[in-house]
Design a protein around this ligand. Structure first.
Ligand code: 5GP
Length: 346
């Protein structure tokens, strides 16, 4: 366990609002003007006992709006972003790609643009604090919203990606997989990719082989989850072959999948299937608050379930550098950081 705690790590799949810690969430709740009963129920819905929070896969999509109700102002999103960065840094994460859906809140006059500007200012301010972590951002497209908003998000990401600080580097496609047809968003995602943005696409979170295959065929730069890609669980063999041929890295979020009941047992997690074939995989937390986990904890779980040695865990974290969306210079810097840490402490 202590090995995983001190291992330098790369986090590539973390939604900002679902990464909020219980501590930060409580602080924000306390400041809000809501009656006690309401307060207690929001708190217990979000951070209740592990056994009671999720009874079905979709339950997490009921939790996100509750979190959004509490994190509904620029001040709140600034605090959450700053705290989440500091928490990942404390868990020895050296490079972090956050993702978040630009959100408008009429009550606080927050616009999608001011939301993103606030997240960016929290990231920039964290750089001034001399934290040992490089933070980048993907803008998320929530499939429950409209294709028009998706185009706006890609446009905003393209504009921001031209900034010299290179914080915004890509697009994430997420949201409840039971809502809307992902096919409608494919032209937007394809445009994002062809205009130089990196794309990470949530797919095969539920059994939907045709949709999963259509999304795979955009050749995303990374896949979020990919839980039901295999024929044994209802996917198509050709999807698996395509992913292998194009060596598309898969972001595996073990605790999230177990807690949201999309994977029944630790040992059955698809991380094992891809890892054993030396396919690019990266461990990630998804939402360390909502799913009550940490990136070190994900390494511990993977080691336990798939009997990984310390050397294999080291390789797993070091190889993740190859799958980041930032440029080669950043990869080179991280690789030398890993070499330095290995020479000094390991
Ligand atoms: P936010 O974008 O507000 O920072 O983070 C929460 C949002 O991320 C949710 O509303 C949802 O759209 C997306 N999200 C978080 N976790 C998951 C997940 O496991 N699967 C999918 N498909 N979307 C998720």
């Amino acid at each position: 366990e202590s090995f995983c705690l001190k291992l330098p790590k790369i986090e590539l799949h973390a939604h900002i609002n679902s990464s909020v810690s219980e501590k930060t969430f409580r602080e924000l709740l306390r400041k809000k003007d809501v009656g006690d009963g309401q307060l207690a129920s929001v708190e217990s819905s979000v951070f209740g006992p592990k056994e009671t929070t999720f009874k079905a896969f979709d339950d997490c999509f009921d939790i996100f709006p509750l979190i959004h109700k509490v994190i509904d102002s620029p001040e709140a999103i600034y605090k959450v972003t700053s705290d989440v960065i500091a928490e990942f840094e404390a868990d020895q994460v050296k490079y972090l790609e956050l993702r978040t859906t630009p959100r408008e809140e009429l009550l606080t006059s927050m616009t999608r643009r001011s939301y993103v500007a606030t997240v960016l200012s929290a990231i920039k301010d964290s750089k001034k604090k001399n934290l040992d972590i490089d933070v980048r951002l993907l803008l998320s497209i929530d499939r429950k919203s409209t294709v028009k908003i998706a185009w706006e998000t890609v446009l905003m990401a393209s504009e921001l990606a031209a900034d010299s600080d290179r914080i915004v580097i890509g697009i994430d496609f997420s949201g409840n997989p039971k809502i809307n047809d992902a096919k409608d968003f494919i032209p937007v995602l394809a445009h994002a990719k062809s205009s130089g943005l990196k794309i990470s696409v949530h797919l095969a979170e539920i059994v939907n082989p045709l949709e999963s295959h259509q999304l795979v065929e955009i050749v995303p730069d990374r896949i979020g989850h990919g839980t039901y890609l295999h024929p044994e669980v209802g996917g198509l063999q050709e999807s698996v072959e395509f992913v292998k041929k194009h060596k598309i890295p898969i972001e595996c979020c073990i605790s999230s999948n177990l807690r949201s009941l999309s994977v029944a047992k630790l040992k059955l997690h698809h991380f094992g299937y891809w890892y054993k074939q030396s396919h690019p995989v990266v461990l990630a937390t998804d939402g360390k608050g909502v799913f009550q986990c940490s990136l070190s904890g994900e390494y511990i779980l993977a080691a336990k379930a798939f009997q990984l040695s310390q050397e294999e865990l080291w390789q797993l974290s070091e190889k993740s550098i190859d799958y980041i969306f930032a440029d080669d210079k950043t990869k080179k810097k991280l690789k030398s950081q890993w070499a330095e840490i290995r020479n000094s402490k390991f």
